[in-house]
Design a binder for this molecule. Structure first.
Ligand SMILES: C[S@@+](CC[C@H](N)C(=O)[O-])C[C@H]1O[C@@H](n2cnc3c(N)ncnc32)[C@H](O)[C@@H]1O
Length: 278
């Protein structure tokens, strides 16, 4: 039995078109974006209350995916917009060369959110270092915490700040659990301090997530296998089919218009009217 907590439907909701649109604005791979979509749909389907929060927005690609599932929720986006902060020993040697990398602008984020059709009123961008922006007014209750902040200190601050605000049944996604050891250590240290024993689910080599309060996968939650890019390809096929159908519809419309304006059609209509009169 698959241990992944996934549902099939949301993939249909996330069009291939959206994925293509966000690609230039994200460092996340399609499987991770698809899983974000899956989890958002899960939260909506189970009416888990609260807003969506992303810490580590960069150019806004993953935020754009989250924004497609907001319904009545609000999306809070936190990023320095000054690139990655300094590392500590816990982040390892490799991490050092990323300091100051990943610089994006607020305009990038607004551009991709607008491209996927999300209105400015449904999100708030909080630019600056977490240490400062987390001191400001925070969302009261959240349903989803997408933590894509890589380093030990950043991930720790994100979990300490937002986990208490996460509704039971809400979800935490750690984008870099398998990639950056600082992220993994921050998670385990946080769990030790809190006495939490999350049922950690993994997507691909990097992403991990858990549902707050969920201790096993026995309960009847729809489960499907993640099959790499297969669903993405299925989506593209569906998109193409839709385009073909739209084309056929247009052709049928022009045929009807041509028929209706032809002499034969006019005579035919006249004949029916005459017949009715007689
Ligand atoms: C890997 S990128 C996020 C990628 C993004 N989610 C995407 O779709 O591509 C990590 C981001 O975290 C931000 N970040 C990390 N630590 C931070 C901190 N302490 N305060 C503010 N921003 C931070 C960086 O500015 C960077 O843009």
């Amino acid at each position: 039995m698959s241990s992944s907590l996934t549902v099939e439907l949301p993939i249909m909701l996330l069009s291939a078109f959206s994925l293509e649109q966000v690609k230039p604005y994200t460092l996340c791979t399609p499987d991770r974006l698809e899983n974000l979509a899956t989890l958002c749909h899960y939260l909506n389907a189970h009416a888990i209350p609260g807003d969506f929060v992303e810490c580590g927005t960069y150019k806004g690609g993953s935020a754009a995916i989250l924004s497609k599932f907001l319904a009545q929720r609000h999306l809070w986006l936190y990023d320095s917009f000054e690139g990655m902060p300094t590392t500590t020993e816990k982040d390892g040697e490799d991490a050092k060369r990323w300091i100051g990398e990943c610089v994006a602008t607020i305009a990038d984020v607004k551009a991709v959110l607008s491209a996927v059709g999300t209105s400015e009123s449904s999100y708030t961008i909080k630019p600056g270092w977490f240490e400062t922006t987390f001191e400001q007014e925070l969302p009261q209750q959240i349903a989803l915490l997408h933590c894509d902040a890589d380093w030990y200190d950043s991930v720790t601050l994100v979990l300490e700040t937002f986990y208490p605000r996460l509704a039971i049944g809400g979800c935490v996604v750690l984008d870099d659990f398998g990639h950056w050891e600082g992220c993994r250590e921050a998670f385990y240290d946080f769990c030790n301090r809190q006495g939490e024993k999350p049922l950690l689910e993994r997507i691909g080599t990097d992403q991990a997530f858990w549902i707050k309060g969920r201790s096993n996968n026995r309960s009847p939650i729809p489960q499907v296998n993640h099959s790499g890019n297969q669903s993405f390809e299925t989506l593209q096929a569906l998109e193409q089919k839709l385009q073909t159908l739209q084309l056929e519809l247009e052709q049928a419309r022009s045929t009807i218009t041509a028929m209706e304006t032809s002499k034969f059609w006019k005579l035919r209509s006249l004949w029916f009217r005459l017949k009715q009169l007689v």
